[in-house]
Design a binder for this molecule. Structure first.
Ligand code: HEC
Ligand code: HEC
Ligand code: HEC
Ligand code: HEC
Length: 336
């Protein structure tokens, strides 16, 4: 093979990889497993064990729906298929470099692989306790843990991004050929975070599973729609066929774009204004990868700014649209 052909050959693989990209991929050599968190975060682990995220490991592969998807995709063992592992399971590298299935969607699926931060994030310094740790030490510790790969909920944009990477199911073949759902239709960050997934014990000193303030829910509500737009644009970007996947992603993009338009009318922010200036419905067509990806990047920048600026106080006009407790997805465990 000529050098130029070799390059072309390699590029074709990269293209193929991009098209089938799905969900967040964990570096298995850095995965510690939920047991390692449970040593200190007992309540969080107990709550997590009851969620669909945890129970998918025992449940999903046995269902008829799963068997049907596997058959259409030509997959023999769901639990050892990397495609399904990306969004449904947590795998860890064993000492003899094999890949071992250890859990469903677990702590590190959302907080990042922990090998390089687990011993840093909770270290208050020589002899210090939580109460006696200096502000500088605390800031440095949080920063170091983030550099070690921790997705810290102080940066909600970072942690909530994960939800959308899995829940929009950005994989054309899995949807069009496999018949997998094209994303969680009703996914709303407030409703889906405050039900069974909620595990806010730290802020109450392990006394109860705390709810968030209305200010932070308003922010989450808008942030969720911005993230939905970013990820449905990315999803539309990889669509090549006029079939379920591409149609669902494009429709979803248009719907959340319209929602952001309404939000801007009710409670304007400069980030949403910027987004509405960047994204246009006419971009939502097949095989428009470059433009849509670049627009999605710009939406992400505004999403990060929005999360950082925390404009919750000025968003009160949105309160009647923010999902209330009866809309929360699943049961809250250990609430106040
Ligand atoms: C040896 C005990 C210990 C282990 C093991 C541990 N943690 Fe923690 N974790 C803590 C303590 C203590 C805090 C509170 C730190 C503070 O005061 O800021 C904490 C805080 C956190 C926070 C909140 C961060 C913040 O800045 O508000 C997250 C998220 C977290 N841990 C996730 C995990 C995950 C995921 C694992 C397993 C991979 C884990 N922890 C393992 C003790 C531990
Ligand atoms: C990009 C992420 C992603 C990938 C890859 C993925 N899934 Fe899913 N899957 C999801 C999400 C998110 C849901 C929940 C959908 C909802 O809310 O309706 C789900 C739901 C399901 C369900 C229905 C729920 C249940 O437990 O019965 C089945 C079955 C399923 N997936 C099978 C598979 C199989 C088999 C594979 C591998 C071929 C796979 N999935 C790969 C994200 C993914
Ligand atoms: C690694 C992929 C992944 C990530 C990250 C993820 N999810 Fe999920 N989630 C799934 C899958 C897959 C299911 C379906 C599991 C099943 O039922 O088999 C699911 C199910 C759920 C359910 C239960 C839905 C039901 O039908 O009752 C809720 C609620 C949920 N996720 C919320 C969230 C939130 C909120 C986030 C982000 C903070 C998030 N998820 C992040 C993959 C993921
Ligand atoms: C589906 C994604 C997801 C999974 C799985 C997950 N977390 Fe979290 N975690 C989050 C998000 C999002 C927040 C911020 C929640 C909020 O502010 O309401 C958070 C917050 C936390 C906090 C801080 C809570 C507080 O009181 O402020 C700790 C500690 C934590 N997680 C530990 C864990 C541990 C340990 C596990 C595994 C047993 C785990 N998480 C599994 C997404 C997840």
């Amino acid at each position: 093979m000529k050098v130029s052909d070799k390059i072309k050959f390699l590029l074709s693989f990269i293209a193929l990889f991009n098209l089938t990209y799905a969900g967040p991929n964990l570096d298995q050599s850095k995965v510690m497993g939920p047991e390692s968190c449970g040593e200190c975060h007992t309540n969080e682990v107990e709550v997590w064990k009851k969620t669909h995220h945890a129970t998918t490991i025992d449940r999903m592969h046995r269902t008829d729906a799963a068997k049907e998807i596997a058959e259409k995709m030509g997959i023999r063992r769901i639990k050892s298929e990397s495609l399904c592992v990306e969004c449904h399971y947590t795998n860890k590298q064993t000492t003899d470099l094999k890949s071992e299935l250890i859990a469903g969607i677990s702590c590190e699926s959302c907080h990042g692989e922990a090998r390089d931060w687990i011993d840093i994030h909770n270290d208050y310094g020589d002899g210090a306790k939580k109460e006696t740790e200096s502000a500088e030490h605390k800031a440095a510790r949080i920063e170091k843990a983030i550099l070690g790969g921790m997705k810290n909920p102080r940066d909600l944009h970072e942690v909530a991004s994960n939800c959308f990477q899995c829940h929009l199911v950005p994989n054309e073949k899995l949807v069009n050929v496999g018949g997998h759902t094209a994303g969680s239709a009703g996914f709303d960050l407030v409703a889906w975070l405050h039900g069974e997934v909620r595990h806010n014990f730290l802020r109450t000193g392990d006394k109860a599973n705390a709810d968030n303030s209305i200010e932070s829910k308003r922010e989450l509500f808008v942030l969720g729609i911005i993230l939905d737009l970013e990820n449905s644009l990315r999803g539309t970007a990889i669509a090549t066929q006029k079939a379920t996947y591409g149609i669902t992603m494009a429709k979803r993009s248009a719907k959340v774009l319209a929602k952001l338009g309404q939000i801007q009318q009710i409670a304007p922010t400069k980030e949403v204004e910027a987004i509405l200036g960047i994204v246009d419905k006419s971009m939502l067509k097949l095989n428009n990868k470059e433009q849509l990806t670049s627009v999605a990047e710009k939406v992400a920048v505004q999403g990060k700014l929005f999360a950082k600026n925390g404009s919750g106080k000025s968003l009160a006009a949105l309160d009647k649209y923010v999902p209330k407790a009866e809309k929360y997805k699943g049961e809250v465990f250990g609430a106040e």
